[in-house]
Design a binder for this molecule. Structure first.
Ligand code: AVI
Length: 321
């Protein structure tokens, strides 16, 4: 029998390696990308509709109010490259304001999801040329050679996902995006539009990551459930609780899974022991000031061209040039 590549098995191996590595550390942690299996993605969608989770509705309202200005920032005959195609509702607000013709290139690692999102956009905007790109945008990747460039390419990264990247990863991402939109045969230098969550009072920040209905808790605990379900680990899922905490040194809301009492997780002959109160750090969501984000972008060679915010300055959509 031929050995065929098996992406599901490769994913599981990568997950297993990350779990063993992360739980072996003195300060236990797991990479946040593993939060998003089908169940996790559903829970995240539910989070975006929670009253406490202000980022999605605030960013959407900024896009609705500023769509014309953002379309003008993109300019005519744009190729819009969206990193992570989960946000098409927000994307549709921007696309609806773009001048025709335009090209839309959504980039996502989940091929099925990407094609479904592309089909939805195609139905609504039959005039738009759509070129889906299956790639992991958190790692280096090349855009397909045949991707059309009209006047200008613009990278689009809404959702404040930039805040889930460590600063060095965020700079690497912004640098990669610059490589994608610049130096093409397009007439104008590339640009980018990036959603950035802003620093605000702690009560608002913590409530957004620890909602009353417990959806964020379920989202966080699903990661441990995956370790049991998919990797065959032994753990007492009721022995851990969700916690959101502010890390002032990182300017980040962190999600942790806290051991309620002494716990053990057994996996592949490893025994990971927890003291009561010990945690697994599962996600950081960094909050920026506009100036701080400007410095991060500058480290990747970008200037802040435009900044669109809501009246409370809870969230910013940055236009990078
Ligand atoms: C995807 N990302 C921008 C979300 C955030 O706000 O950092 C993920 C999330 N984690 C808990 N709630 C939402």
């Amino acid at each position: 029998m031929l050995d065929r590549p098996n992406p599901a098995a490769a994913q599981r191996d990568a997950f297993r390696a990350d779990v063993i590595e992360g739980l072996s550390r003195p300060a236990k942690s797991l990479p946040s990308r593993w939060l998003y299996d089908d169940r996790g993605s559903e829970l995240f969608e539910a989070i975006t509709r929670l009253p406490e989770y202000y980022p999605t509705r605030t960013e959407t309202s900024i896009l609705m109010e500023q769509a014309e200005a953002m379309a003008a920032f993109c300019g005519p005959r744009v190729t819009l490259i969206e990193y992570g195609a989960g946000a098409s509702l927000k994307t549709e607000i921007l696309i609806a304001a773009l001048a025709e013709p335009a090209v839309y290139a959504p980039v996502d690692i989940a091929g099925d999801f990407l094609l479904a999102a592309a089909a939805r956009v195609e139905n609504r905007f039959p005039w738009l040329e759509i070129r889906p790109v299956v790639a992991d945008f958190t790692a280096d990747f090349e855009l397909p050679r045949g991707l059309p460039s009209l006047n200008r390419r613009v990278g689009f990264f809404p959702g404040s996902t930039i805040g889930n990247l460590a600063p060095h990863e965020a700079v690497a991402f912004l640098d990669r995006m610059r490589g994608h939109v610049d130096g093409t045969d397009a007439g104008e230098a590339g640009r980018a539009i990036v959603g950035v969550d802003l620093v605000k009072d702690l009560a608002t920040l913590l409530a957004a990551y620890d909602d009353a209905a417990g959806v964020t808790a379920a989202f966080n605990l699903n990661l441990l459930a995956r370790v049991v379900r998919e990797l065959g680990a032994e753990a007492d899922l009721d022995g851990f609780a969700h916690e959101a905490r502010w890390n002032p040194a990182e300017s980040a809301v962190e999600m942790h899974l806290v051991a309620k009492s002494a716990q053990e997780i057994r996996l592949d002959g490893h025994v990971f022991r927890f003291r009561a109160g010990e945690t697994i750090h599962t996600e950081s969501s960094r909050k920026h000031t506009v100036e701080g984000f400007g410095r991060l972008a500058a480290a990747a060679g970008w200037d802040l061209g435009e900044v669109w915010t809501d009246a409370d300055e809870a969230f910013a959509v940055a236009g990078l040039v």
